[in-house]
Unconditional design. Sequence first.
Length: 117
Amino acid sequence: MTPPPLPAQLNQEKLRLATAANVFLPGAGIFILGHRKAGAILSGVFLVCFLSVLVLFVVGYANYLSTAFDPDILKDNKLESIGEGFHKNWLLMLAGVGAVIYIVATILFKRIKDSLA
């Protein structure tokens, strides 16, 4: 299914807006250019990854601070396990998925943009 053609006078403005939107939120530019489903899926998955990383980091940092300011930090192996609250593997996996989505959105945006020219 092909998107509707852009009017000639709005073509450059819409392409600039779509390019900027795709840089800041992968998939948003694709959504603007008329591929609503692909753009919404890419943007949605990227936002879920971004918000998950943000929540995991804030929760891990709160646990870190509560352990760091605990007067009994040397008891019960608290000091040795202070970094485990950051869930490093989850953070790296979610960041990797976000990076892949960013690359896929950039390639797909370029293909759509070239097809409009």
